[in-house]
Design a protein around this ligand. Sequence first.
Ligand code: NAP
Length: 249
Amino acid sequence: MRLKNKIAIITGAGSGIGRGIASAFVKEGAKVVIADWSEEGGKEMVEQIKKEGGEAVFVETDVSKAADIEQMVKTCLDKFGRVDILVNNAGIYRACNLHEMTEEDWDKIIDVNLKSVFLGSKRVISEMLKQGKGKIVNIASIAGLVGFAQSSAYCASKGGMIALTKEMALEYAPQKINVNSIAPGVIKTAMTKDMLDDLATKQFLESSTPYPRLGEPEDIAMAAVYLASDESDFVNGEVLVVDGGWVVK
Ligand code: NAP
């Protein structure tokens, strides 16, 4: 087991990629905190893990709020006594032309996708410094590496996440805290459902992905297992692109 007895917090784990990561972590021996603002999805995930014999706890968390992050980490420490891994996965996407985007929408996307990484990492790093080791995995996007129209705040948030990953990696490498990001391509989840329900958009996304299928949450989960495990101790500040070849074209 690659994550035996590791304690992991996964944000946005009530749905999609976060769920996939939580399942894979539990299969590899981790105990997990499911942090999501969706109580329904989060509790359902905890029930599923318990049925399969794993250990998990749900904490209702809005990752853009410092008080919620504090509660999330406190729940983890109270239940499991430590935190070895944080996966900053919760995120939102809204398609909108830049000139029509409201300031509120811009702030919301930046807060949920980027400020959350600062808040969550800041809090767990304090614990990881005491523990002498830690792993942070940020779920970015290929939209942080290449441009996507109608995605200004989303691209900015994911590009910022990749830059912040490098900064944190450098700052905390001497204390054996690894910080890496994953840049998924198109993954079949609730986030992409509307796009994939539209035939023309689906065909565009499929034809832009050289590999002959779109991604599944499990594709990202296996990359996250690697970056959360001791196998990747010498990997730091990297962006692991998992996109079926979209950005190398
Ligand atoms: P998803 O199925 O919509 O799951 C995201 C989860 O995060 C949902 O449970 C959502 O709750 C929750 N969430 C949203 N805002 C939150 C907040 N402020 N606090 C706590 N939880 C919050 O999306 P996904 O596709 O799995 O995306 C996961 C991550 O992968 C995101 O960061 C996304 O940007 C990134 N990503 C996805 C793709 C893709 O193609 N799917 C590609 C590249 C990167 P609600 O559903 O109730 O809002």
